[in-house]
Design a protein around this ligand. Sequence first.
Ligand SMILES: *Cc1c(COP(=O)(O)O)cnc(C)c1O
Length: 343
Amino acid sequence: MEKKNLDWANIGFSYIQTDKRYVSNYKDGAWDEGVLTSDATICLNECAGVLQYAQTCFEGLKAYTTEDGRIVTFRPDQNAKRMVSSAKGLEMPPFPEARFLDAMEKTVAANAAYVPPYGSGATLYIRPYMFGSSSVIGVKPAAEYQFRMFVTPVGPYFKGGVRPLTIRVSDFDRAAPRGTGNIKAGLNYAMSLHAIVSAHEEGYDENMYLDPQTRTKVEETGGANFLFVTKDNKIVTPKSDSILPSITRRSLVYVAKEYLGLEVEERDVPLSEVAEFAECGLCGTAAVISPVGKVVDHGREICFASGMEKIGPVTQKLYDTLTGIQMGRIEAPEGWIHEIPIK
Ligand SMILES: *Cc1c(COP(=O)(O)O)cnc(C)c1O
């Protein structure tokens, strides 16, 4: 199979249309068998549930080429499972986990020419999503849904080396207590847009959101979970019902314990404790871990010992181990690496 002639190192993170995408429709109480299509457009009624009341959720994962040339994805069963819980939280019919994995294999295989080569730093981003497609005017769940999955190649997250981030403590909340913070709903992102645009205007890379109930505890950013490292090399990660359960964060916690022998605490993290930590990182599929150099809380600067030039030593070790597992250089725990069969 011949690869597309793309400048892998410089494609950035934006939508590039690929050859095929997967579509399945839900009607009369059942999902149809699903197809791959070349048509990248969606034709919807003006009153579709997704357009009126934002009934939609999504997932995000990556396919990439390992050192020995296989095309693989990382723990896609966890994305399939999380999408079921997101669908249930939005009163949508879950797309069965086994079908999610089948759709993913078909979509990636059909676009194998877009999977970047090993060592390029680029990956094939996979975007599964579903939405209410039938008309809804009185507020209620739609009767019909569409599940889709497309892929788009994305460049290395840190072009020209890792740069620690500066983040601010946000005055906006990303989720309500007992709301939808723990599911991957598009609406959580819609409400984060004003907060991120204003953060960027003020020169910050990201927002640190606090728990919406008391505004005293650290939750997460708009799209990544926090991992902190204490001065005595313990890992601390916030625990809360309104945090989106990041698969990357859960994998890093496992790696910290089982590969690096580090102690891990999942617990409340008061904002007042942040200044005590030695390192801070943001975990998500896109970057695996982005180091945070500085948190600014209304003018008060909290600077981590790792500084603004480089990634801290423990964060680096976590990053190297997890990316080593993903790329096939380090033996993976059972079931973490899912190979895509290419015919
Ligand atoms: C998707 C997402 C993450 C990261 O999750 P991964 O499974 O690691 O990609 C973190 N926070 C929010 C709010 C998210 O939507």
